[in-house]
Design a protein around this ligand. Structure first.
Ligand code: NZQ
Ligand code: ZN
Length: 387
């Protein structure tokens, strides 16, 4: 087990109607709030009105229209401008991971005099950020419990995962009932995203009873509950467990003491979303089984055996590579069974820019250092196999 230095300072407030605590929580940060949200789902579910009612004693400014795969320009730029002009005390992000990620970049940009892209692109290290409170309405990213945000810059085809300890939300409200209205497509994509967050940590050099067991339970929780949520979108118990499992995804708790894996599927998927603006979880689901096949070797097979036996119940007495291949097929079939399109062509991606994307990933993501190293030709092969 490796040394580690770990802290997650975020307060989680979980359950039905916990939003009643919102005024008391916001009070601590000041009166001037920037309320951020997306394309309108929070209005449809009545959450916007509820927030405004609860915060009637506060001075609220708004940034709406934050898109999936949130954009630096205009969303981050507009948010930073409002925070500076209005001397905002705290950001309240209400929505999915995109709204929260955008709010994190705004929070850091608001406390920096230069171009916020300097921070996102790691040219300059943030010295401070505005506090962030969120009400998460989609179970997927885990952004509510981590210090990362993913921001897209259309003109350069960049989609950068930006992490900084200042960006942990101060408080995250998680009410599973707000996820009842999440569409089948986004429910499945959220499940695939969260599954892949665990895979990015599970497929590594290390093995411990504790971490492997925690992650294997995570896989099972996501697979079982995603099916229940799709069958009955208002199944509170399933939505609740799904939400909590997703929340653990990216803050490191699943793999404390394990060595780094390089998060290869995220590195590759970010290029797909950057070039084609596809749904992150769908891109991941498509790439994942092809990546698994590509990296299956004598070095990696042991992890696939463990995954196959403990997650899918495959017969442990079979040949190791047989177990691994069955586990990869089971992964593919699971994603397919929850309605995810399993070919890049189905989400509008053809072969025309594969070389360009593979080069972009190879130059920017450092996957040659991943647990199973990937060079530009490996990345191009995985994209091609995913067509
Ligand atoms: O924009 P609105 O109208 O709110 O609609 C959204 C959006 O169209 C809708 N939605 C959200 N909550 C809903 C709802 N619809 C009905 N009922 C509700 N309760 O769902 C659509 C997708 O929303 P989005 O926020 O984009 O989804 P998600 O939470 O999956 O976030 C995806 C983004 O997060 C990044 C991804 O790359 C992508 O940009 N990631 C962030 C991570 C992090 N910060 O740790 C880690 C992840 O690996 C991921 O990369
Ligand atoms: Zn993800």
């Amino acid at each position: 087990m490796q040394n580690f230095d770990y802290m997650t300072p975020t307060r989680l407030i979980f359950g039905k109607d916990v939003i009643v605590k919102l005024p008391e929580v916001m009070e601590k940060f000041g009166k001037k709030i920037l309320l951020t949200y997306g394309g309108g789902s929070i209005k449809k579910i009545g959450l916007y009105d509820k927030v405004k009612e609860l915060l009637s004693g506060f001075e609220i400014y708004e940034l709406s229209g934050i898109q999936p795969n949130p954009k630096y320009d205009p969303s981050v730029m507009d948010g930073v401008r409002i925070c500076k002009e209005e001397d905002i005390n705290v950001i309240l992000a209400v929505g999915g991971g995109s709204v929260l990620d955008c709010s994190k970049a705004i929070a850091a940009g608001a406390c920096y005099d230069g171009d916020p892209w300097d921070l996102i692109s790691y040219k300059v290290k943030a010295q401070a950020a505005l506090p962030i409170v969120d009400i998460i309405t989609l179970a997927a990213t885990g952004s509510e419990y981590d210090c990362g945000g993913v921001i897209s810059r259309t003109e350069t085809n960049d989609k950068i995962g930006y992490m900084d300890p200042h960006l942990f939300p101060a408080v995250s409200f998680l009410d599973p009932t707000y996820t009842f209205t999440v569409s089948k497509k986004q429910t499945a994509a959220g499940c695939a995203d969260a599954m892949n967050h665990i895979m990015e940590q599970y497929f590594c050099e290390d093995s411990s009873i504790l971490n492997d067991g925690f992650m294997e339970a995570g896989f099972k929780s996501l697979m079982t509950n995603a099916k229940k949520c799709l069958e009955n979108p208002e199944d509170y118990t399933a939505r609740a467990e799904m939400m909590l499992t997703c929340t653990y995804g990216c803050n490191g708790i699943y793999a404390l003491g394990n060595s780094q894996t390089g998060w290869p599927c995220h590195g590759m998927e970010h290029a797909l979303s950057a070039y084609y603006d596809i749904t992150h979880g769908e891109g991941l689901a498509i790439i994942t089984p092809r990546w698994m096949k590509h990296i299956l070797t004598e070095k990696t097979v042991g992890r696939f055996v463990k995954y196959g036996v403990n997650v899918f119940g495959i017969d442990a007495s079979l040949d190791r590579f047989e177990i691994a291949n069955r586990a990869i097929d089971a992964t593919y079939k699971f994603f397919e069974s929850i309605g995810i399109p399993m070919h890049l062509r189905e989400v509008g991606i053809d072969e025309s820019r594969i070389g360009e994307m593979a080069h972009h990933v190879a130059v920017n993501e450092g996957l040659e250092h991943a647990w199973a190293p990937l060079l530009e030709e490996d990345i191009a092969k995985i994209f091609t196999d995913s067509l």
